[in-house]
Structures are given as structure tokens and as C-alpha cells.
Design a protein around this ligand. Structure first.
Ligand SMILES: [Zn+2]
Length: 289
């Protein structure tokens, strides 16, 4: 397919070539701000091996997923509060796509939800199962969910990774009961920070991130799939200093700072929280009509 034949998966707009990064070509849609990799690399779940969750080889993934998620607790509790606010169904079955080590599901279970999830990395899914959580190793696209089987489906930092977001959203829609709630968090390509930074935005990381949505692109996609848009916002996250510095060094291409990261780990400073809100992520709550 040559460039003239590419069309936006959200709004059918005419994308423009933006340049390449990490050997992948990137395009953006002038109408809805979708920023995406084209052509798609051979999709490989190999990215999400043990290293993704512990070790973060070459800057991919997380340094120590559970430890890095601890500062996210307050954010996850805010998400659950918003879900409960919109939730009108009698059931409380919640499914988390990309459940990782089950940190969020554990909180949701404590809040009274009947929880389950799926996670591609067997290592992380194993940790979740060790917490007594029903988390399968695999991906949603393997046809895991029965139609109309869940009241709430959550996707935290997932949709930017999937190779066919339209197909994924169709599966999510099918699996929700009518009136069910979808909650998504993802990088926001229409945010001021993302637009100023362009391809230097630290969340433009192909092949890990394949589709970066803006608010207009998410609105188009969700409307097209039959969802009612309820609310969106940029809910602030806190990160560990360890995570912030390793991301920063990777972004700057500084390889020799390993000793500094080791110092952060040894001293315990690495687990300090840094509240960061560049407002470059978007959280959306939507309802299946
Ligand atoms: Zn578009």
C-alpha cells in the first residue's frame, strides 16, 4: 500500500507522513489527530516478556511493575469511583484488559467487583493468579469473552498497543452488557504537550505504541462502535522517581546512568512518588448503548 491509499482508522481522514522513529514510519490524521505507525510491524507479543515487567531492557516497559504501580493506587481508586458513579447495572462483573500483575483488579475486588482479566505476559499473569485473581495468559482477540458477559470493561494503557484497535473495540462492545461501562486510559495525541513535542514526545515509542489517539479520534472510534461518550479528562498520575529517571535517560539516549538508577534503588529514593501531570494522557468513560 502506498501513502496515497492510507486512510485514518477513526475518521477516514487523509493522514500525513510525519517522519520515522526507531525505524518505523509515523503518520498523523489532520482531522482527528490520530498518530500511528504504518506499515504495522509484524505484531509480536514477544515485547511483553518477563523483561517488560522486571528489568526494562533497553527502556521498554517497566522497571518493577508492582512497585511502580503502587503510586498509581490513588489514580486507580479515582477510576473506580467514576465507574461506580456511572454504573447502573445490577451486576458488578468487571473485566480488565491488559491486567498485568493484577494491581488494579485487586483494588476493584476490594471495592466489591467480581473481577477477571487477561494479560499477554505469562510472568505477570502468573503473579496476578498468585493473588487469587482470575487472570488468563493471552489476548482479548483470542475470543476469550462471551457476548454480554460483563458490566464493566477497563483498558488501562492498552489500546495504544493493539494492532487492530477497531477489531478490539468491537470485541469489547460485544462483551459488555447493554448499559455497561467502558473505561480507557491512553496517551493523548491531541494534548498540548504531545503537539508541541511531535515525534519527540516520550510516548511515541514504536513498536510498543502503535496507535496514539487524540480526544477527537477516540470520540470517532467509540461513536462508530456504538458507545455513548460520558466523560473524559486527564487524570494525573504519580510515578516513582525510578520510573521517571529511567524514562528520562532513555528518552535522552543516556546509557551510562545505570549507576544512578542503581543508587536510587539501593537508597530507597527510587520509590519516592513524583506526581506528574503533563496532561498528555486521556481517560474516557463510555457506555454501551
Ligand atoms: Zn482521523
Amino acid at each position: 500500500m502506498n501513502d496515497a491509499e492510507i486512510s485514518c482508522i477513526c475518521c477516514s481522514g487523509k493522514p500525513r507522513y510525519r517522519g520515522s522513529k526507531h525505524g518505523h514510519k509515523l503518520y498523523s490524521c489532520p482531522d482527528c489527530q490520530l498518530l500511528f505507525v504504518h506499515p504495522l510491524p509484524d505484531f509480536s507479543l514477544q515485547i511483553y516478556t518477563d523483561d517488560y515487567f522486571a528489568g526494562a531492557k533497553e527502556g521498554f516497559g517497566y522497571t518493577d511493575y508492582d512497585a511502580d504501580k503502587e503510586p498509581m493506587k490513588d489514580t486507580f481508586l479515582v477510576y473506580l469511583k467514576r465507574i461506580s458513579h456511572y454504573h447502573r447495572l445490577p451486576g458488578k462483573r468487571l473485566f480488565d484488559v491488559g491486567a498485568a500483575t493484577g494491581f488494579f483488579l485487586n483494588l476493584a475486588r476490594a471495592e466489591g467487583f467480581d473481577v477477571a482479566g487477561v494479560e499477554p505476559a505469562d510472568y505477570a499473569a502468573g503473579i496476578a493468579r498468585g493473588k487469587g485473581l482470575d487472570v488468563k495468559t493471552g489476548i482479548l482477540e483470542q475470543g476469550l469473552l462471551s457476548p454480554e458477559s460483563f458490566d464493566v470493561i477497563t483498558m488501562w494503557d492498552v489500546i495504544e498497543h493493539v494492532p487492530d484497535p477497531r477489531a478490539t473495540m468491537s470485541q469489547v462492545y460485544e462483551a459488555l452488557r447493554p448499559g455497561g461501562i467502558l473505561a480507557i486510559n491512553t496517551p493523548n495525541s491531541s494534548s498540548l504537550y504531545a503537539r508541541v513535542m511531535g515525534l519527540r514526545w516520550h510516548l511515541v515509542v514504536p513498536p510498543e505504541h502503535l496507535f496514539l489517539f487524540g480526544e477527537p479520534s477516540l470520540r470517532e472510534l467509540l461513536k462508530d462502535k456504538g458507545f455513548e461518550w460520558l466523560e473524559s479528562g486527564a487524570i494525573g498520575k504519580s510515578f516513582t522517581t525510578q520510573y521517571v529517571f529511567s524514562t528520562l535517560f532513555h528518552w535522552l539516549g543516556i546509557k551510562w546512568m545505570t549507576w544512578f538508577l542503581n543508587f536510587l534503588t539501593r537508597s530507597g529514593i527510587g520509590q519516592w512518588r513524583m506526581p506528574i501531570n503533563l496532561r498528555d494522557n486521556i481517560t474516557v468513560f463510555a457506555r454501551k448503548r
